[in-house]
Write a protein that binds this ligand. Structure first.
Ligand code: ZN
Length: 204
């Protein structure tokens, strides 16, 4: 099982971190399977970072094996969405980026990918414009809609599958909107898709 993640896929988020907005191709990175945190289990804050950020994201579930998928078939390769958090050790990421080194440990550390249960796309009113929200301690901190994605779900499927064979059961974290911020021990994060409470993650 592979976990693909997309960086800078909402212009408002790229801007808040003073990153350029990608225009030609999506920014892909991966997390290992040990990053998954499921069943609303708590996240135990590790001691190697003092600035872990939440990034609330819509996650696709891959339902078909494929490589070099063509645009007209891309939508057949995912069938459900979940709410995921792409925890990012921003201090480690900034240090590595400054040196031009890979981000792996800032993004792929253990339990850095809380993931809710999946909702079939067929059950959503408008799969082209999925509304999602992340709350921290009862306050909305991120509010996104997938109609604002720079690279659509289909474009991501085509692009990822040029380089990596997709397998049933792989996941794609599709990027975060503006409003990312730090977590502290004692915080509670809640993720909603179309008003449905799908994820809870307590920081311990
Ligand atoms: Zn992210």
């Amino acid at each position: 099982m592979k976990i693909f993640c997309i960086g800078r896929n909402y212009a408002d988020h790229a801007k808040e971190l003073n990153n350029p907005v990608p225009t030609t191709e999506p920014l892909i990175f991966m997390k290992p399977p040990t990053a998954l945190l499921i069943s609303n289990r708590p996240f135990y804050h590790p001691d190697y970072s003092n600035n872990i950020h939440y990034e609330g994201e819509i996650v696709l579930r891959i339902c078909k094996n494929g490589r070099s998928v063509q645009p007209e078939f891309a939508s057949r390769y995912y069938d459900a969405v979940a709410f995921g958090i792409d925890f990012t050790a921003r201090d480690i990421q900034d240090r590595l980026k400054a040196k031009g080194q890979p981000w792996e440990i800032a993004k792929g550390f253990d339990r850095s990918a809380p993931l809710s249960k999946f909702v079939p796309l067929a059950d959503l009113k408008n799969p082209e414009a999925i509304d999602f929200q992340l709350m921290k301690n009862g306050e909305v901190v991120q509010h996104g809609n997938t109609k604002d994605l720079i690279f659509s779900f289909d474009t991501l499927i085509c692009h990822i599958s040029r380089y990596f064979t997709l397998h049933t059961g792989d996941y794609v974290f599709t990027g975060t909107p503006a409003g990312v911020g730090p977590i502290q021990i004692g915080d509670t994060l809640d993720g909603y898709i179309e008003g449905q409470h799908l994820l809870q993650c307590k920081i311990k």
